[in-house]
Design a protein. Structure first.
Length: 152
């Protein structure tokens, strides 16, 4: 009987301690983003990398645009660079054997990606346009024939 009273008293003390204990606070946690390296990928329309292409990077700041880096892509068409402190906007120009691509992006706002159709879809779309033009030509031809034979 005495053991039951002691256990009950301990349970009551434990319940009272948890009920009246102040809320505990954890240590404050901070989060900060850090971009250590930027990756540029350049490729041709068929998906082949622009190997050893010239890369020119311009930094956009409040004072205007200034040349930041020049370099070349590797054999996979990749180029890596460390962002300049205080600059969040860049313009990247990639050139190789008469081909040129240009891309502007803002690290603060992200990049505006445009989806590129695969090669087979672009070919199908081209045939679709040609068939549409042929259909329009047939409509005009049929109207012309109808006028000629309709009046006789």
């Amino acid at each position: 009987m005495k053991a039951i009273r002691i256990m009950s008293l301990l349970a009551l003390v434990l319940i009272l301690c948890t009920a009246f204990c102040p809320l505990t606070s954890a240590h404050r946690v901070y989060v900060r983003e850090q971009v250590k390296e930027m990756q540029i990928k350049a490729w041709y329309g068929g998906g082949y990398p622009m190997a050893y292409a010239d890369v020119t990077i311009y930094a956009n700041s409040t004072s205007g645009e200034e040349l930041y880096l020049k370099g070349k892509t590797d054999k996979e068409g990749m180029y890596y660079f460390t962002p300049k402190l205080g600059v969040s906007g860049y313009r990247v120009v990639v050139e190789a054997t008469g081909h040129r691509a240009e891309k502007e992006f803002d690290l603060a706002g992200g990049s505006q990606e445009t989806a590129e159709l695969p090669l087979y879809m672009r070919i199908l779309a081209g045939f679709g346009y040609l068939i549409g033009l042929a259909g329009i030509g047939m409509i005009f031809s049929a109207r012309k024939l109808k006028k000629e034979y309709g009046n006789k």
